[in-house]
Ligand binder design. Structure first.
Ligand SMILES: Nc1nc2c(ncn2[C@@H]2O[C@H](COP(=O)(O)OP(=O)(O)OP(=O)(O)O)[C@@H](O)[C@H]2O)c(=O)[nH]1
Length: 507
């Protein structure tokens, strides 16, 4: 989008700059041609003073008595006056004298051309009622400026006695002078002159002293559009295009537009790149890094398998809100997992640890025993004639009795390390740590008595007619596994049952 805008801006800038450049170039071209024409002023001044020169006047009137031309207006004198050639004509337009500063190899190109055109000068001056004029001619391939006018006496009065034409080549010096004055670079380029079919003009109106035609200016683009060239034909006195003036003109505005567009584009592109980088940095700081931290923290929570760990991302944005909710979710799940774990380890009826919790603890105690030889014992206990109790008082009463037994068991155990559990049905167990066989049997007796002292009526349990328990005790030995320890305690319990119930038997 930005690139498209920049391209459009540059294109618009070019359009505007091209218009202004061309208008300015045309103005400069007008200034150049005007200056070029003004450069003939010197020649005109010389013409004016020479046309009123008494000796010249006299010479034109009577050439037989004087060698004026050779003596006063020879090539040396012309050169000193800045004139390249001179032609004198009588009133009928016949050449009566010519002088030319010779060119390369003594060549006199103007002389032959002036002879050819002499008739037009006199015709022009006659029709313009004595006014002088200036214009361009071409001799061979060279352009010259020519000024011409009638010859009067020194007072400039009376009738003209002849005509004088003065010429000056448009050479490199002329071009350099005009270039310096205008500050514009140009060239005069020869063009083949078309042969005229109609007779040449013979009046002031038809002959033109205006060498340049504004309407014929051609604008050409050069050097990948960094330069303009303005071309216009240079019109000779007889109305023919005798050469062309070529002016080269640097398109300053277009170059300025290019330069400023380059700078703008560079600045804009740099800004785009910088803002992109800044955005990436910000994105990295605000989003990517924190997302990564969240990922690592969540992975660690998942790896722990226990929903342990923290989500630490803080802030007031959406990501922080997401992290906060995730943290709360983890806390809820952690709590629920804990509740499920507790449930899975607890007997629903009595609230005592269940068989699973009891077995885990037993494995732990056995491992500890293996490492540290810490003594431990297992008590298995079974309510006596519980079936009959159910049968007598009903199953719900049986449930209530099991709850009472559980409470009794808890209160009978004084040490925190002692773990009571309901192992299933009307069977309970206790794990004791750091006890000898005697201490374990004492603890079992204490439980039995506590149970008996509850005096929970059980008519089907003679002879006491109260709820009692039989207990089997097994002390952990180095050879014991959970299975063997259970087996020995169970055997002891069986013994207690078979020996009359409401008693403790040590395995
Ligand atoms: N109310 C109730 N009864 C249970 C529960 N679990 C097991 N029982 C009953 O406990 C009784 C156990 O009977 P038995 O295994 O024959 O043992 P007993 O009747 O206690 O006889 P001895 O153990 O030989 O003294 C069965 O009738 C079971 O239905 C329970 O959660 N609630």
């Amino acid at each position: 989008m930005a690139v498209l805008t920049l391209v459009t801006l540059r294109w618009h800038g070019h359009q505007k700059a091209d218009q202004l450049d061309e208008a300015e170039a045309r103005d400069d071209f007008d200034r150049l041609t005007a200056t070029f024409q003004l450069s003939t002023l010197g020649l005109k001044e010389t013409l004016k003073s020479w046309a009123n020169w008494t000796e010249l006047y006299d010479y034109v009137v009577d050439r037989s008595t004087s060698r004026f031309l050779e003596e006063e207006l020879g090539a040396v004198e012309l050169a000193e006056a800045g004139v390249d050639f001179l032609t004198l004509l009588d009133l009928s337009g016949h050449v009566i004298g010519m002088t030319e500063v010779p060119g390369v190899g003594g060549d006199l190109p103007a002389t032959e051309e002036m002879i050819r055109q002499s008739v037009y000068f006199s015709a022009y001056v006659k029709s313009s009622q004595g006014a002088s004029g200036c214009g361009a001619i071409k001799a061979r391939t060279q352009v010259a400026m020519v000024c011409f006018g009638p010859i009067f006496n020194s007072q400039g009065q009376g009738h003209a006695r002849g005509y004088i034409a003065l010429g000056q080549w448009v050479n490199e010096d002329t071009i350099r002078r005009v270039s310096q004055v205008t500050g514009l670079m140009f060239d005069i380029v020869d063009v083949p002159t078309q042969a005229r079919k109609e007779p040449p003009p013979a009046t002031a109106a038809a002959m033109t002293s205006n060498m340049f035609r504004k309407d014929a200016v051609q604008v050409i683009e050069h050097d990948s559009q960094r330069e303009l060239e303005l071309r216009s034909p240079l019109t000779g006195l007889l109305g023919q295009d005798i050469a062309e003036i070529h002016m080269r003109w640097p398109r300053r505005l277009r170059q300025m537009v290019d330069t400023s567009s380059d700078i703008t584009e560079m600045v804009v592109l740099t800004l785009i790149v910088l803002s992109g980088a800044l955005l990436m940095l910000l994105l990295d700081r605000v989003v990517v890094r924190r997302l990564n931290l969240l990922r690592v923290e969540l992975a660690s929570i998942v790896d722990s398998r226990r929903w342990a760990g923290e989500v630490s991302i803080r802030g007031g944005d959406e990501l922080a809100a997401l992290a906060r909710y995730t943290h709360e979710l983890v806390l809820i799940v952690r709590q629920q997992v804990q509740e499920l774990e507790d449930l899975s380890q607890t007997d629903a009826l009595t609230g005592l640890p269940n068989r699973r919790a009891f077995d885990e603890r037993l494995e732990h105690i056995l491992a500890q025993y293996a490492r540290q030889k810490l003594s431990a014992a297992l008590i298995l206990m079974d309510v006596d004639h519980f079936k009959k109790y159910n049968d007598t008082y009903g199953h719900p009463a049986g449930d209530e009795a099991l709850k009472v037994i559980a409470r009794c068991l808890r209160s009978a155990l004084r040490r925190e390390l002692d773990l009571p559990a309901r192992l299933g049905g009307e069977e309970f167990g206790v794990l004791l740590q750091g006890v000898s066989a005697e201490q374990a049997c004492a603890a079992a007796q204490h439980i039995r008595l506590a149970m008996q002292e509850l005096a929970l009526t059980h008519v089907a349990n003679p002879p006491l007619m109260v709820m009692t328990m039989s207990l089997g005790v097994a002390v952990v030995t180095p050879q014991d596994t959970a299975t063997t320890l259970y087996q020995r305690a169970d055997d002891a319990l069986y013994q207690a049952k078979t020996q009359g119930r409401n008693r403790v038997h040590l395995a």
